[in-house]
Ligand binder design. Structure first.
Ligand SMILES: [Fe+2]
Length: 155
C-alpha cells in the first residue's frame, strides 16, 4: 500500500472528534429541559449509539491500516477541535440543537477531507467507510436543520 500517513491522521482526528461529540450529545441528553424533551431525550441515545458505532469502525479500519487509534480521554481533550461548555439546565432546546448542527457540520467537513485524502491514496475501502458515515451525518443534519426551520446546508 502507498504511504498512508495522511489517512491515519484523518482517521484519528475523526475518532477524537466523534468521541467528543458523543459526550456533547450525552450532555444534551442529560441537561435538556422543555418542549420536546420526551422525544429528544431518547433520540439522543440513538445518536450517541451511532457515533459510538462510527468510532469503533474508524478505529478498527485504522488498525487494519497498521495504525494506532486514539484511546484515552486525555488525548481526545488535547486534540479535539470541538468546543465544549459545562452542562447547564437553562439553555434552550433551540440553542442546543444549533450547537449540535454546528458540531455535526464540522464532522461532515472533516469526513470530506478524509474522502479526498483516501481518494488521492486510492484507498477505496477506507473511502467507502468515510462516504457512508458522511452521508449518514448529512441526513441527520437535514433533520436537525429542519427542526430549526432551516434549509439543509451543503458541505
Ligand atoms: Fe439516559
Amino acid at each position: 500500500m502507498m504511504n498512508n500517513t495522511a489517512t491515519k491522521q484523518i482517521l484519528n482526528q475523526l475518532i477524537v472528534d466523534t468521541t467528543q461529540l458523543s459526550m456533547i450529545v450525552h450532555q444534551t441528553h442529560w441537561y435538556m429541559r422543555g418542549t420536546d424533551f420526551l422525544t429528544l431525550h431518547p433520540l439522543m441515545d440513538e445518536w450517541r449509539d451511532d457515533l459510538e458505532d462510527q468510532v469503533d469502525e474508524l478505529a478498527e479500519r485504522l488498525i487494519v491500516l497498521d495504525g494506532a487509534p486514539t484511546a484515552t480521554l486525555a488525548e481526545v481533550v488535547a486534540q479535539t477541535k470541538l468546543t465544549t461548555q459545562p452542562g447547564v439546565y437553562t439553555r434552550t432546546m433551540t440553542d442546543r440543537l444549533d450547537e449540535l448542527a454546528t458540531d455535526y457540520r464540522y464532522l461532515a467537513d472533516l469526513y470530506q477531507q478524509g474522502i479526498e485524502i483516501t481518494g488521492d491514496a486510492k484507498d477505496d475501502s477506507t473511502q467507502d467507510i468515510l462516504i457512508g458515515f458522511k452521508t449518514a451525518i448529512e441526513k441527520l443534519l437535514w433533520m436537525i436543520e429542519s427542526e430549526l426551520s432551516r434549509a439543509p446546508k451543503r458541505g
